[in-house]
Design a protein. Structure first.
Length: 285
């Protein structure tokens, strides 16, 4: 919507480092100074012991983090999806977006992209397929996959945990009234970007994720929501709100009145311009 070390192992040298160290040791005694420098420069960094997936990361961010953590060529994890055999709902059509559950995942020596992705999806299924989420989705006339999709929008749109239930209510109120969701986060997803200011031209993008032009929910989640967002999606805060905008940091205003929302939008834009002017001013030091 228009809103807004791990512990170190003992020192290990690469093959090249061990050869260089042996050669230097056999030449002159003066290398006693050079050896520690060589060890520090050529030391292999130990692999992290765990991979942390924050709430709100997109699948693309998870793939990149796995590639980097396992020291794999970029794109390896995404390519492994076809052979990962992930236990996804039928509605996902093989797309794990929304089901790479945010958590801390251990990295054993035999860790592979397929095993890590499967562990994330298994965790999501345990969280989502339990009685609370299933009952909450049914209470809101949705299936679990749709509830996760709502939660992903809540995760992307809510400025604070306290706002999540209200954002969820705006989504449900708009759906019930046959209004387009008009959520900027879905446009950002369509354009493969984050936190940009949505322009009128952006809202014309031809994508099933453009909730300005398409009615209803997007076809899949737009990120991987955490437990707070999922909880908000199945237990939205009671209210008649249809609009919201973050006027300034820590202050998001919700309303059912379009004229009031437009005033809030104008104030938010004025605050944004003031902040830009302050940041553009030269430092006094």
């Amino acid at each position: 919507m228009q809103t807004n070390t791990p512990s170190r192992n003992s020192i290990r040298l690469t093959r090249r480092g061990r050869f260089a160290l042996a050669t230097l040791g056999a030449v002159v005694a003066g290398t006693a100074v050079a050896v520690p420098l060589l060890i520090m420069a050529d030391e292999e960094e130990p692999r992290p012991e765990a991979l942390v997936v924050p709430a709100g990361w997109r699948a693309s961010q998870v793939y990149a983090a796995i590639d980097k953590t396992l020291d794999l060529p970029a794109g390896t994890t995404k390519k492994s999806l076809a052979k990962a055999d992930l236990k996804l709902p039928n509605e996902a059509d093989g797309n794990p977006e929304g089901y790479l559950f945010p958590d801390t995942y251990p990295l054993p020596e035999n860790a592979t992209p397929q095993k890590l992705l499967a562990g994330m999806v298994d965790t999501a299924n345990k969280k989502f397929n339990g009685a609370p989420v299933a009952a909450g989705a049914q209470r809101n006339a949705m299936n679990v996959y749709q509830a996760v999709t709502v939660a992903s929008i809540v995760q992307a749109e809510a400025a604070t945990k306290a706002d999540m239930g209200k954002v969820a209510r705006v989504i449900f109120n708009r759906l019930e009234r046959g209004m387009p969701l008009q959520m900027d986060s879905t446009v950002d997803y369509a354009l493969n970007r984050s936190k940009a200011r949505t322009t009128p031209a952006d809202t014309e993008v031809d994508s099933p994720y453009n909730s300005y032009r398409r009615m209803g929910l997007p076809p899949t989640p737009i990120d991987n929501p955490g437990e707070d967002a999922v909880r908000a999606a199945i237990n939205p805060t009671p209210g008649d709100w249809l609009y919201f905008v973050t006027v300034r940091q820590g202050e998001t205003r919700f309303t059912a009145d379009l004229a009031e929302h437009q005033r809030n939008m104008a104030e938010a834009e004025a605050e944004r311009k003031k902040a830009a002017e302050r940041s553009a001013q030269p430092s006094s030091t």
